[in-house]
Design a protein around this ligand. Sequence first.
Ligand code: SAH
Length: 259
Amino acid sequence: MLDKIRIVMVNTTHSGNIGAAARAMKNMGLSRLYLADPIAQIDEEAIQRSSRADDILSNAVICPSLEDAIAGCGLVVGTSARSRSIPWPLMNPRQCAAQASTAAQAGNEIALVFGRESRGLTNEELQLCNAHVHIPTDESFSSLNVSQAIQVICYEMRLAFTETGPQAGEPWGVEWDYPLATHEQLNGMLQHMEQALIDIGFLDPDTPKQLMARLRRLYLRAGPDKLELNILRGMFAAMQKQAAANRKPDHNELNEGSE
Ligand code: SAH
């Protein structure tokens, strides 16, 4: 089940941190490392710091962007040393591991996302995530080395995944009928929604404010399944059709007149 988890490192600058992350993962039985737009290479230092976890380095998946690294995931969790502009669902590592374990039992892919050494994850990157996780620390000194943050989270994953009870995999208390929508399906739906809201005159593209960020948060928090997403897209398509018809009254009148 731990093989459902991807550890995603974004824009990592120091190769030693990539090596240390591989070691931390292998100690806890995780193996899937994704490097999103890395600045550092997998070099000699990375291999040394990985100790004997260099198999994880050779199998690391290098992606051009975070979006690519989380493609196909039903649960995406971003890690953060500090709180950000809009409040987002926030968990501690233990709660995060429980949720990840449930999602994995239900067959979903999971991404745990870690930020740059210098400035963590951007707000845009954090807004791609269903939820955030913060490792409780002393408030005056909250930022861990990224590989040590990975160690803490992987340890919690190990505990949760090796202690799952019979109810695991049933987040709503019953066996669910559809898998969670993946990250890119959800993104596609949100883009469709944005266009539909513009078409019906609800969203002004010149002054969008935080509307889409807040709607994104709503849907990421709800965690819709694939069927629910299709229903929403059907609704948006119908809204757009109606808006297009309303924009052409003369044409409609013409049609009615000719009938
Ligand atoms: N100075 C940056 C922190 C970078 S630490 C900032 O203020 O945002 C590099 C990465 O390690 C973070 O992006 C996060 O992925 C992880 N990390 C460090 N401390 C953490 C904490 N207390 N909780 C969760 N993740 C943490």
